[in-house]
Design a protein around this ligand. Structure first.
Ligand code: NAP
Length: 264
């Protein structure tokens, strides 16, 4: 990866992206600049050779690709701050801010700037994010460079901008849904006899195995469930009990509630 990258607003998500990039084989850490206003929390990365700063404008000036990872309500002020650095060199802007449209960003930075929205999740930290991406004004080479960044921290999927909010729910909120499911399964495991550590180890590997199976052998989940459910057996009894209590309905309603929170 040859491009210099600035991550502006390096909090939870920005730091996960930075950690994933740093772990990517062949990634040149000296090409990375991270900013936030209070930089103390980023000092461990300084020792690795990453540039740390609270100067967004200087970071934007020095980068080819600028990843904006501030909260949506901080984005306008940051865009105004870095605007003097954008345009001449035609840096590429990548915003991960939830719900902020490309048009809002181009309205501040200009209509001819390559601007992407990307929606990763915090598994970027271990190079296992899924990142949905859309963009405008980019050459093939620029788009390839942006995808290379997000492919190095997981899997990137190009989508239309009108699906970006849905991508936020399924991919970014989705990791929290799965973690809540795991917590519930661990609690069940403790009630039937395991200590918390052993229950977590069993659940973690079971969820990893299920996900890997779906990735490597992409069949419908229900077809795999059929292989586990012996007629009159304990698995189908447990699954049906969960459905009687609204398991699938609760998940679908939660996904829709998150979506409505972003879009309405
Ligand atoms: N967390 C996720 O899983 C996730 C997933 C997908 C998308 N997103 C999106 O990603 C963005 C970041 O979310 P987050 O959860 O990482 O938030 P966060 O932890 O609050 O990180 C944002 C960071 O921005 C810094 N910041 C605020 N104003 C700044 C400024 N003017 N200049 C430089 N840095 C500034 C803050 O640090 P200082 O106070 O030290 O400046 C803070 O650490 C949001 O837009 C969110 O919608 C998050």
């Amino acid at each position: 990866m040859q491009h210099s990258i600035a991550i502006i607003g390096c909090g939870n998500l920005g730091l996960s992206i930075a950690n994933g990039l740093i772990k990517t084989p062949g990634f040149d850490v000296s090409s990375l600049t991270l900013t936030k206003r209070k930089t103390e929390s980023l000092s461990p990365l300084k020792k690795l050779g990453v540039a740390i700063s609270s100067d967004n404008l200087a970071a934007a000036e020095s980068a080819d690709i600028i990843i904006l990872a501030v909260k949506p309500f901080n984005l306008t002020e940051v865009l105004e701050e870095i605007k003097p650095a954008i345009g001449g060199k035609k840096q590429t802007i990548v915003s991960v801010a939830t719900g902020v449209k490309i048009q809002q960003i181009s309205g501040i930075l200009g209509d001819d700037i390559p601007i992407f929205r990307a929606m990763p999740n915090i598994a970027a930290d271990i190079n296992e994010s899924v990142t949905c991406i859309c963009g405008i004004n980019a050459s093939e080479a620029t788009e390839a460079a942006v995808k290379e960044i997000f492919n190095s921290i997981g899997l990137s999927i190009t989508i239309n901008e009108d699906l970006m909010e849905a991508a936020t729910v399924l991919g970014a909120c989705g990791i929290a849904y799965v973690l809540r499911f795991m917590r519930a399964m661990i609690q069940g495991g403790i009630q039937i006899g395991f200590d918390a550590k052993t229950a977590s180890d069993i659940v973690n590997q079971t969820v990893k195995g299920a996900a890997e199976m779906m990735i490597q052998q992409p069949i419908h989940p229900e077809a795999a469930i059929d292989k586990v459910t012996t007629p009159k057996g304990c698995t189908i009894v447990g699954l049906n009990e969960m459905e009687h209590h609204g398991f699938s309905a609760a998940m679908v309603k939660g996904v829709i509630a998150s979506f409505e929170k972003i879009t309405l």
